[in-house]
Design a protein around this ligand. Structure first.
Ligand code: RFL
Ligand code: PHB
Length: 403
C-alpha cells in the first residue's frame, strides 16, 4: 500500500481535469490527476470542436495556448440552413466583435498532456477502482489501484472531473442530489475525413429528412454529422450511405460542392440533457460532464466544463492564497446558474433544428408541432433580434465573478 498526499485530488484526465490541474499548478497549488484509461485512449475520443472565448482565455491563463493560437481557426459566424436556404449568423457583428475558435478537443487534450508531462506533475493513467472517502469530513482521501498496487491519496479537496459515467457524482447520496434528465429519440452519427470542409464556416441544417451539421478541424479535415435513429448501428452506415444522406440534407449549393472521401472515424453519440444539483458535496466538487450533459447542437458541453473549471480554480486560489475557506460554499450556485443557461440554449437549438416528436405530442390531428417550430425558425432567422438571440448565446454568456 502506497500513501500519497496532495492539496487537490483530480479524478479524470478529460479537458476539465487536465485544465484545472494546469491552472492550479500555475498558482502553486499541488494536485494529482487519476485517470481510468490510458492517455492514448483519451486522445482517440473525437468530440468538441468549437471553443468560446472563455475556454480559449483559460488555455492562455494555463500557459498552454501556443498551438491553439497558431492553428485554431477564428470563426466570425456560421450558417443555419432551413428549407434549403442558408442564413448567416454574423457572430462578430451581432455581438460587438465576439467570435468562436474552431480547435478540436483532441488537440486541447494533447496540449494539456504535453504541458503536464513537461512540468512533471503527478498523473496516474489506468488507475482502477477509484473510490472517494470521507468527502464530508476533515480528511478526505481517494483510494485506487495502479499497476496492481493499492494507493491512498490524502487531500484537502476532490475535483470530480470524471465525466458522465464516473464515480464522483455517485458519491453524493441519492437523497441529497436532484438529477434532471431528458433523452432525445435520436443520436448523431459523426464522420471525420481528410477532405477540405464544404464551407469555411459551420452549417447547421434543418431539413425534411433530418438534421445535418458541416463542421471541421482544419482547412483539410472535415467533421460532419447527421441525426439517425437511436437503434441504428454505426456498422449499418457505409461511408457512401453517409455522404448520400448528408447531401440530401445540405442546401443544394453546398451539396454540389461537397468533397467526399474515406472516413477516418465514425461513431454515433446519443443526445441527452442532464443536470445534477447540487454540484458540491462537502469537499467534493463536480466539474464538467460529471455534473451536466448537453446535446451537442449548441456546442456547449466543453464550454460549460470550462466555466466550471474557471469558477473552481478561482475559488481554490482564494482558499490557498487568502485562506478564505468559506468561499468554497459558493461553487455550486455560481456554476449552476451558467449551466442552466447553456442547457436551455442547447435544448432549444436541438428542438429548432431536429424533427422532435416532443413538438407534436399534443397534436390531436395534423402536424402543428413541427409547423410551429418551422415558423419559429423562419421568424428568428429573418429577424436581427432573432439572430442576435442565437449569436449571443452561441459565443457564450459571460463568466460570473466570485462574490
Ligand atoms: P470527459 O471528457 O468525459 O472526461 C472525463 C474523464 O474521466 C475519466 N474517468 C475516470 N477516471 C478515473 N476514475 C473513474 N472512475 C473514471 N470514470 C471516468 C474518463 O476516462 C475521461 O477521461 O469529461 P470533461 O473533462 O468534463 O469534458 C467534457 C467534454 O468532453 C464534453 O462536454 C464535450 O466533448 C461535449 N461536446 C462538445 N462540447 C463543446 O463545447 N463544443 C462542441 O462542439 C462539442 N461537440 C461534444 C461535441 C460531445 C460529443 N460527444 C461524443 C458526446 C460533439 C460530440 C459528438
Ligand atoms: C464539432 O465540430 O464536432 C461540432 C461543432 C459544433 C457543434 C457540435 C460539434 O455544435
Amino acid at each position: 500500500m502506497k500513501t500519497l498526499r496532495t492539496q487537490v485530488a483530480i479524478i479524470g484526465a478529460g479537458p476539465s481535469g487536465m485544465l484545472l490541474g494546469q491552472l492550479l499548478a500555475k498558482q502553486g497549488i499541488a494536485n494529482v490527476v487519476l485517470e481510468r484509461v490510458s492517455a492514448t485512449h483519451v486522445l482517440k475520443r473525437i468530440r468538441a470542436g468549437i471553443l468560446e472565448t472563455g475556454m480559449a482565455t483559460l488555455m492562455r491563463e494555463a500557459g498552454v495556448s501556443e498551438r491553439m493560437d497558431a492553428e485554431g481557426l477564428v470563426h466570425d459566424g456560421f450558417a443555419i440552413a432551413h428549407n434549403g436556404h442558408a442564413t448567416r449568423i454574423d457572430l462578430k457583428e451581432l455581438t460587438h466583435g465576439r467570435t468562436v475558435l474552431c480547435y478540436g478537443q483532441v488537440e486541447i487534450s494533447r496540449d494539456l498532456f504535453e504541458a503536464r508531462a513537461a512540468a512533471a506533475l503527478p498523473t496516474y493513467f489506468e488507475a482502477t477502482d477509484v473510490a472517494l472517502h470521507e468527502v464530508t469530513g476533515n480528511s478526505p482521501h481517494v483510494t485506487f489501484l495502479h499497476n496492481g498496487e493499492a494507493h491512498t491519496l490524502h487531500c484537502d479537496y476532490i475535483a470530480g472531473c470524471d465525466g458522465f459515467h464516473g464515480v464522483s457524482r455517485q458519491t453524493i447520496p441519492l437523497r441529497l442530489r436532484t438529477e434532471h434528465e431528458r433523452v432525445y429519440p435520436f443520436g448523431w452519427l459523426g464522420i471525420l475525413s481528410d477532405t477540405p470542409p464544404v464551407s469555411h464556416e459551420l452549417i447547421y441544417c434543418r431539413s425534411q429528412r433530418g438534421f445535418a451539421l458541416a463542421s471541421m478541424r482544419s482547412h483539410s479535415r472535415s467533421r460532419y454529422y447527421i441525426d439517425v435513429a437511436l437503434t441504428d448501428k454505426v456498422e449499418q452506415w457505409s461511408d457512401d450511405a453517409f455522404w448520400t444522406e448528408l447531401k440530401k440534407r445540405l442546401p443544394a449549393e453546398a451539396a454540389a460542392s461537397l468533397i467526399t472521401g474515406a472516413s477516418i472515424e465514425k461513431s454515433i453519440a446519443p443526445l441527452r440533457s442532464f443536470i445534477c444539483e447540487p454540484m458540491q458535496y462537502g469537499r467534493l466538487f463536480l466539474v464538467g460532464d460529471a455534473a451536466h450533459i448537453v446535446p451537442p447542437t449548441g456546442a456547449k458541453g466543453l464550454n460549460l466544463a470550462a466555466s466550471d473549471v474557471s469558477t473552481l480554480y478561482r475559488i481554490l486560489t482564494r482558499v490557498y492564497h487568502d485562506k478564505d475557506y468559506a468561499c468554497t460554499a459558493l461553487y455550486s450556485a455560481i456554476a449552476l446558474r451558467r449551466v442552466w443557461h447553456g442547457e436551455r440554449f442547447s435544448w432549444w437549438m436541438t428542438k429548432l433544428l431536429h424533427n422532435l416528436d416532443e413538438n407534436s405530442m399534443h397534436d390531436h390531428s395534423g402536424d402543428s408541432g413541427r409547423r410551429f417550430t418551422e415558423s419559429e425558425l423562419t421568424y428568428l432567422l429573418g429577424s436581427v433580434a432573432g439572430r442576435t438571440l442565437i449569436a449571443e448565446q452561441y459565443v457564450g454568456l459571460p463568466y460570473e465573478e466570485i462574490g
